[in-house]
Design a protein around this ligand. Structure first.
Ligand SMILES: [Mn+2]
Length: 325
């Protein structure tokens, strides 16, 4: 039913603003590139404006140049009656581009986060979807619009990133069937895997070494902590670092049920990623204690304090949870 309403929204609107959460990731970027491919095929116009330029590692995607970072000069000059927001649980998570959406504008909210807000005029929220890219793909299918190669490639990237390279429990038969359809549309899985995961920088390896050497086990090895402090993150090497996925290093130790990575991005201000090995521990609940969120097995939050303070606070929250295992 929501899919039908989303399709009506797309059919009836035009001149859409497309946006995703701040620091858009592979799913946000892939879903938007897919969506703009759909809009092109329907003869609709759009602007893609995100708070930040997406990660460089996604620059290999065709249409990557369509992403325009928000600039203050846009305010007052551009305003939208229709917006499609993808992969963002709340409207304010898109950051400054929200200022370009008219108060009376119609918004289509496409997302798969569990606890997202119904901020749209139409809300297509599918928590059982592995990725927003899967939801966008289903719009193509339901509308009978064929996957063009560039859209298919981008949507495949979204699937790959949000399923942890087709490894997490959200890698359902439906996801694999969709991946197969996307491959039939021209996607090259080997090339995408190589570009996404096997072309990192030396800085990345140095950062990884730092994270690995910081790992400590707690609660009989059920919890693993890791961190990068401000001193490192503000260094020439640290500034170039893309630490995405680093939290999984601590999680992949045998016996570890929950792992977290603390990144002190500003002095005594941290960003925390928390991961759970299975559904026995809902790390979304842990992140929410600190006003963050995400999914059951992957969540994040910001906590003020030094690395050691933040570690102690997280361990205090986790103690009763792992005690129940
Ligand atoms: Mn996603």
């Amino acid at each position: 039913m929501d899919l039908g309403r989303a399709i009506e929204f797309i059919k009836n609107g035009d001149k859409f603003l497309l946006s995703s959460h701040v620091n858009p990731d592979g799913d946000g970027v892939g879903s938007i590139i897919g969506m703009l491919g759909l809009l092109r095929q329907l003869g609709k116009s759009y602007s893609v404006i995100c708070a930040d330029k997406p990660q460089d590692k996604l620059a290999f995607l065709e249409r990557f140049d369509e992403f325009v970072p928000y600039e203050n000069s846009m305010f007052g000059k551009m305003s939208f009656d229709h917006a499609i927001i993808i992969d963002s649980p709340f409207l304010d998570r898109i950051g400054d581009p929200a200022k370009l959406i008219k108060t009376e504008a119609k918004i289509l909210n496409i997302d798969h986060h569990i606890d997202g807000g119904n901020f749209g005029t139409v809300n297509l929220i599918v928590p059982e979807a592995a990725a927003s890219a899967q939801i966008v793909s289903n719009i193509f299918r339901r509308m009978g619009v064929p996957f063009d190669k560039d859209s298919a490639t981008a949507l495949y990237v979204g699937l790959s990133v949000d399923t942890g390279r087709f490894r997490f429990s959200n890698t359902t038969s439906e996801v694999l069937r969709l991946a197969a359809d996307l491959v039939d549309a021209g996607v090259k899985p080997d090339e995408i895997a190589d570009k996404l995961y096997y072309q990192t920088s030396l800085e990345n390896k140095i950062g990884l070494a730092k994270v690995l050497s910081s790992i400590e086990l707690h609660f009989d090895g059920k919890v693993a902590s890791s961190w990068l402090d401000y001193e490192f993150l503000s260094s020439a090497v640290g500034k170039e670092l893309d630490s995405e996925g680093f939290v999984n290093q601590a999680l992949s130790i045998k016996g570890v049920q929950v792992a977290f990575l603390i990144r002190e991005t500003e002095k005594s201000r941290t960003r925390v990623s928390v991961r759970s090995r299975n559904d026995a521990i809902d790390v979304n609940k842990i992140a929410r204690v600190f006003s963050g969120g995400g999914h059951m097995r992957a969540a994040g939050c910001k906590i003020t304090g030094s690395v050691q303070d933040v570690k102690a606070r997280l361990l205090a929250e986790l103690a009763p949870v792992v005690g129940r295992l």
